[in-house]
Design a protein around this ligand. Structure first.
Ligand SMILES: [Zn+2]
Length: 81
């Protein structure tokens, strides 16, 4: 796949663990299995639209039923506030 950072055909899809700061600014959650890109030159990163999707979902979801570690899939299934 083409890497969006270096435009070389050196990337592939992978998943990544991410730490995310919650809207309260104080707590951090760990999100597992987040879809990511892995480039031979640039390393592992999240694409901008995926980043926004996670951010939006965190801001609009009720995460009170979750611990501070959950998967991307669980986040996407979280109830809306
Ligand atoms: Zn790259």
């Amino acid at each position: 796949m083409i890497c969006v950072w270096c435009n070389e055909d050196k990337a592939r899809e992978t998943t990544k663990e991410c730490y995310w700061i919650l809207p309260d600014g104080a707590s951090t959650v760990k999100i597992l299995q987040v879809p990511a890109m892995e480039c031979l030159d640039c390393g592992i990163y999240l694409e901008d639209d995926l980043n926004e999707k996670v951010e939006d979902k965190i801001y609009t979801s009720d995460l009170s039923g979750y611990s501070d570690v959950f998967t991307y899939e669980e986040l996407m299934n979280a109830p809306t506030i």
